[in-house]
Design a protein around this ligand. Structure first.
Ligand SMILES: C[S@@+](CC[C@H](N)C(=O)[O-])C[C@H]1O[C@@H](n2cnc3c(N)ncnc32)[C@H](O)[C@@H]1O
Length: 297
């Protein structure tokens, strides 16, 4: 079937939510959502069919059961089926609602009517197939950290968003007052989604530049000029490899907000940051995840 997606549904103990999201994310799932069903949690995730064979999905279900066993929690029950492109986009949209993040931002699904003006900054979003709806703790931690960073006087700041996904952090940075944001992502679907979300939020293509690639691409886009701040919400194993390149696109006064890091992965990240002369100014935690607020020493 062309343009088909796996729809994976997992009924589990709510205490398993983080580990299941982590597994699904590592597996390449998108459009993840969770909802309480009585005392259990129903996690729904989607994955392009071309990315996984039936056996891979079955193996994923096995990992999920093994994780529960290790954590001494009841076994989750996973079901999966193939759905077509249209069904997938309408299916997960039903589970996603407007969400306030921090003190200033309201994430607002693109398909809902625009709400009455409020004191919050409206961040409209249709992530499509990209990661970044604001429901994940790591995205929330990054947006909250951004809110703290970008106060008065941020109007001159240039920011790099590595692994921009739906563009949620780049758009958040612009709404909070950054002068310019460069968003890069290896996934062409994410690049497309970030560009359309840029338009949805009426941000000019000169103020939020989105391109396919990673840190090297970002460096080309800035013409080698250092950025003032870095946002990077990718998995720890990817971030650790990116730290040297990220350092190279910053100056001695730059700062960074890094997440996608599980608590148990914080130590090797902190060690590598120290090696590259970064200081951890604060470490924020939510559920099993953490967010590094860093600056150059
Ligand atoms: C967890 S999502 C984060 C999306 C969004 N920034 C957020 O905070 O919700 C990570 C994104 O990083 C991208 N990615 C993974 N490895 C990357 C790399 N080495 N360079 C650039 N992007 C990468 C993925 O395609 C994915 O869109």
């Amino acid at each position: 079937m062309a343009n088909s997606w796996w729809e994976i549904q997992i009924l589990c103990d709510p205490a398993l939510e983080d580990s299941i999201f982590w597994r699904l994310e590592k597996f390449g799932c998108r459009g993840m959502a969770s909802a309480l069903k009585g005392h259990s949690l129903l996690v729904t995730a989607h994955l392009p069919q071309v990315q996984a064979q039936l056996l891979d999905v079955a193996a994923l279900a096995l990992w999920l059961r093994q994780d529960a066993l290790t954590m001494e929690l009841p076994m989750p029950v996973a079901h999966w089926k193939l759905i077509d492109e249209e069904d997938w986009s309408s299916s997960w949209k039903q589970h996603w609602e407007p969400q306030e993040i921090g003190d200033r931002i309201l994430i607002y699904p693109a398909w809902l009517p625009i709400p009455k003006p409020s004191e919050r900054l409206l961040l409209r979003l249709d992530p499509g197939a990209a990661f970044g709806t604001g429901t994940h703790p790591t995205t929330q931690l990054c947006l909250e950290a951004l809110e703290m960073r970008l106060g008065d006087g941020s109007g001159e700041l240039v920011i790099g968003d590595i692994g921009c996904g739906s563009g949620i952090l780049s758009i958040g940075a612009v709404l909070l007052g950054a002068k310019k944001v460069y968003g890069v992502d290896l996934d062409p679907l994410a690049v497309g989604a970030a560009r359309s979300n840029r338009e949805l939020n009426q941000i000019s293509a000169q103020r939020m530049i989105v391109a396919k690639g990673s840190v090297d691409q970002l460096s080309k886009l800035t013409g080698g000029k250092p950025v003032d701040g870095i946002l990077c919400n990718i998995l720890a194993e990817v971030i650790i490899d990116l730290i040297p390149a990220m350092t190279a696109i910053t100056s001695l006064s730059s700062w960074g907000i890094l997440s996608g890091i599980l608590l148990e992965q914080a130590k090797p990240i902190a060690d590598t940051l120290e090696q590259y002369n970064w200081v951890v100014a604060a470490l924020w935690k939510r559920q099993d995840w953490c967010c590094f607020n860093i600056r150059r020493s």
